[in-house]
Design a protein. Structure first.
Length: 265
């Protein structure tokens, strides 16, 4: 039975994860964390569900001791602080946070020599299937097709483009034997000149309560292929995270993705 700690306990994803953990037979809620100064500190982690779990929300990372896995959907700086403590304590991690820079990604990779980590910019089954579809589409539509990635999220999202959009761009770039950072056009404004062939364009829309929509457009001569995923409930990310926690049970180290968890690799 994985003993699960959850970071960002009062956040949008933290709450979904607490609910899913409490509802999943074989999973136990071990600790709930939020940042120092959070108004949620001291509350029962399940208060928002109108029930009690016996686990108060705290900011002391010592509460991680004895957990099998920390599920972390917070911010890069929070996740990296949690990563350091998990590494010391030998607690595995599921990382859903987006917006890491290269140094952050390298820190996660380095920590995976000591603890087992699943990190993924999108934990849903559907998006992970889309990564596969994109790889096939990009191999077929590899000449004369312009790729544009459009995403829309709720008005509270702080990073752009979304981690998922970046991962979709990476799936296309990989299929073309390219590095995304060499061929990405992250945004456009003003007199941009004509589109350069072989580039991947990104557009990020923000508004309302949109959970997460992503479309990859392959625009070619005389036709357009569009591959779209739309999230209508955050439970898809929580369920994927719990699958990842079960996947890590008994693993001591290594860096895995949701493709590994879902057997898509
Ligand atoms: N991989 C995936 O499948 C998904 C990834 N995400 C990603 O997960 C992250 C969280 O999203 P969401 O739940 O919507 O965000 P929220 O802002 O709703 O929740 C974030 C939580 O983390 C806390 N937090 C913020 N900064 C820190 C810090 N430095 N240390 C510790 N805790 C901190 C927040 O506390 P406070 O509110 O007090 O600041 C809050 O409780 C984002 O990066 C998002 O892109 C989201 C959905 C799916
Ligand atoms: O912030 C969100 O909400 C989401 N973030 C992830 C991302 O950046 O891709 C996953 C999902 O799209 C929701």
């Amino acid at each position: 039975m994985p003993r699960i700690a959850i970071a960002g306990a009062s956040g949008r994803m933290g709450r979904m994860l607490i609910e899913a953990t409490l509802q999943t037979p074989g999973c136990a809620l071990h600790a709930a964390l939020d940042r120092p100064g959070s108004p949620a500190l001291g509350q029962d982690a399940a208060l928002f569900l109108g029930r009690t779990s016996g686990v108060p929300i705290g900011d002391d990372l010592a509460a991680l001791a004895g957990a099998d896995v920390l599920i972390d959907f917070t911010r890069p700086e929070g996740t990296l602080a949690h990563l350091a403590r998990c590494r010391e304590l030998g607690v595995n991690m599921i990382i859903g946070t987006t917006g890491f820079d290269e140094a952050g990604r390298a820190a996660i990779e380095a920590a995976s020599a000591k603890i087992a980590i699943v990190s993924a910019y999108n934990m849903s089954v559907g998006v992970n299937l889309v990564f596969k579809l994109l790889s096939v589409a990009a191999k077929v539509l590899n000449q004369g097709y312009d790729v544009e990635i459009v995403e829309m999220h709720h008005k509270h999202k702080v990073d752009a483009p979304s981690g998922t959009a970046i991962a979709m761009g990476e799936a296309v770039a990989r299929a073309w034997d390219e590095e995304l950072k060499e061929i990405a056009t992250w945004s456009r404004e003003g007199i941009t000149g004509e589109r350069q062939p072989g580039t991947i364009g990104f557009a990020a829309l923000r508004g309302g309560d949109v959970i997460g929509d992503h479309t990859v457009v392959f625009a070619g001569p005389g036709e357009r292929v569009e591959i779209t995923h739309k999230a209508s409930n955050r439970t898809i990310y929580a369920q994927g995270s719990l699958r990842a926690a079960q996947f890590l049970a008994g693993r001591s180290h290594g860096h895995f993705t949701m493709q590994d968890v879902l057997g898509l690799n």
